[in-house]
Design a protein around this ligand. Structure first.
Ligand SMILES: Cc1cc2nc3c(=O)[nH]c(=O)nc-3n(C[C@H](O)[C@H](O)[C@H](O)COP(=O)(O)O)c2cc1C
Length: 346
């Protein structure tokens, strides 16, 4: 049986308008119990913000064995998507962060540059969709909604924090089990894309969100941090207000074509997929060590480059309690079933 996939040669809107039907398929059992922030789950496998453009995409991947689905980042107002290419394959080995640029290639061999700019429908549309999705999703699966603030040129940081908090409250009011605040998007040039690098600013935002969502579970999504002091400062600043952290969003760099010309007007884009696995596992281990040393109550979601059971195990060994897969699941919608099957025979 072959399962429909996201078509990267078509526009974001086309993919938004053409989600696959829910699949009727038997899912292998993950051995043992899994839980995340107090929720019992059938496995630690989930999908992060991005590939699930709307509720029907969430339901489709849930039917293929993912037990935690994240609705693509939404905003407090409409935002258009960047032009194609939204997904540009790149020729890379493992990235660490700090690379000046990477070359394109035609064929997809595991890693691509992601360029959407966090588009969003109007809140009335996504709120209704989230509500219907939560109704249709099996009760033992988590629906998380990713949100971001939409900074305006004359805004203070508090105004940006208020906009994040408004989105978070709207997501929870629509029935989301979790809300995830995206503090790292290399594909936008505004400050919301880099908040995770400024611990005090990030703290103000999570503190403000917390006032609007009471005790509902909150995840912070962060980008690449290799330095242990930087990680320590961020965790110290935000741990009282968040339940979990998801890492790593992607590794930011510029992208050059075969003629040596920069794509995307020479701006950085996030590289996602295989190339980010080692750096992200290492980062998860670093964060876990600090959480242990300091006695913080924080869980970790390992994200970046996972595509098989061995990768999932690496994240779990590093201290993650959940592992989320975007690129490999877009390329191979059966990946959760394959990982569960491998785990159940192992
Ligand atoms: C198509 C696509 C769209 C994405 N959009 C978002 C987004 O809207 N918000 C976000 O926090 N991350 C976004 N991401 C990043 C993913 O959540 C994830 O962090 C990244 O892809 C690394 O996982 P992977 O290597 O399994 O792809 C996107 C990734 C992809 C591939």
């Amino acid at each position: 049986m072959s399962f429909p996939r996201y078509d990267r040669l078509q526009s974001y809107q086309w993919n938004y308008d053409n989600p696959p039907e829910v699949a009727e398929v038997e899912i292998p059992k993950w051995p043992g119990d899994s839980s995340f922030c107090g929720y019992r789950l059938k496995s630690p496998l989930g999908m992060p913000a991005g590939p699930l453009l709307n509720g029907q995409w969430c339901l489709y991947y849930a039917s293929l064995g993912f037990d935690f689905v994240t609705y693509k980042t939404v905003r407090s107002g409409y935002r258009a998507c960047y032009e194609l290419p939204n997904l540009q394959p790149v020729r890379v080995g493992m990235l660490q962060g700090g690379e000046s640029d990477v070359p394109t290639q035609n064929e997809m061999t595991g890693s691509w540059a992601v360029s959407y700019g966090m588009p969003s429908t109007e809140p009335e549309i996504w709120q209704k969709d989230v509500m219907q999705t939560r109704d249709q999703l099996p009760a033992n699966k988590i629906l998380c909604v990713s949100v971001v603030g939409s900074v305006q040129p004359d805004w203070t940081l508090q105004q940006l924090a208020d906009d994040y908090a408004l989105c978070a409250r709207m997501a929870i009011e629509s029935g989301a089990d979790f809300v995830e605040a995206n503090f790292s998007c290399p594909n936008v040039s505004t400050c919301d894309g880099q908040l995770y690098q400024i611990p005090e600013d990030c703290r103000l935002v999570v503190e403000t969100i917390r006032t609007q969502i009471s005790n509902s579970p909150l995840i912070g999504k962060i980008g690449r941090i290799a330095d242990s002091d930087q990680m320590r400062s961020l965790l110290a600043a935000i741990h009282p207000f968040v339940d979990a952290l998801a890492m790593t969003n992607s590794i930011a760099t510029r992208v050059k074509n075969e003629d040596g010309e920069f794509l995307f007007d020479g701006q950085q884009r996030g590289i996602c997929g295989k190339a980010t696995l080692n750096a992200s596992v290492e980062q998860t281990r670093l964060a876990k060590q600090i959480i242990r040393d300091e006695g913080y109550e924080l869980q970790l979601i390992g994200v970046g480059g996972a595509s098989c059971l061995e990768d999932v195990e690496q994240y779990l060994d590093a201290g993650a309690t959940a592992v989320h897969i975007a690129t490999a699941a877009m390329e191979n919608p059966e990946v959760a079933m394959e990982i569960k099957a491998a785990a159940s025979v192992g």
